[in-house]
Design a protein around this ligand. Sequence first.
Ligand code: GAR
Length: 201
Amino acid sequence: MEKQGNKKRIAIFASGNGTNAENIIRYFNDNERSCGGEVALIVCNRPDAMVLQRADRFGVPSAVMTKTELNDPDTILPLLDRHAIDMIVLAGFLLMMPVFIIERYQEKIINIHPSLLPKYGGKGMYGHHVHAAVVAAGETETGITVHFVSERCDEGNIIFQTNVPVAATDTPEDVERKVHSLEREHFPRIIDEILSNITTP
Ligand code: GAR
């Protein structure tokens, strides 16, 4: 695919609802705010995921990939090349990134995690499970972490963290709402900053 102008192109990988994906699409559609990127592709591993409908609504191309296809260099890399992808953003993506993608996109793949890593990270810690664990542990604060993706789950270098208080009366749903609000406020801006430092071939 030919690049249009000099906008850098983002692929968002997501598995579920896609509220972050939609928020990022909206941010980069607003040229006044962004430094010159666009969401060029949504990759999803579940054909029934809401994020695919959100992509359609905004006219963003999407691809459904099984775990096997994701782990096949001859399938996923040509897809990313066809869409001339410069950076990959994981926003609620529940599969591990294969090493060959991490090597190809060194320091160009970031993930958002809904806690203050290293707390409440690792296998099985996603979405609601994280907030339930935070409440069960009686934490007085939680937050979000944006980090580079490495071969180890939730362990890449941290780029950004911010926190929010957890009240003794908060339910996991309350915590989830607070965390989503932080994600909405900060994630697109962090992506934009990283994108502006990426050099394209
Ligand atoms: C987000 O809160 C994101 O931080 C979390 O999943 C949610 C996806 O929501 N990611 C993880 O838990 C990764 N371990 P969304 O589909 O509405 O954007």
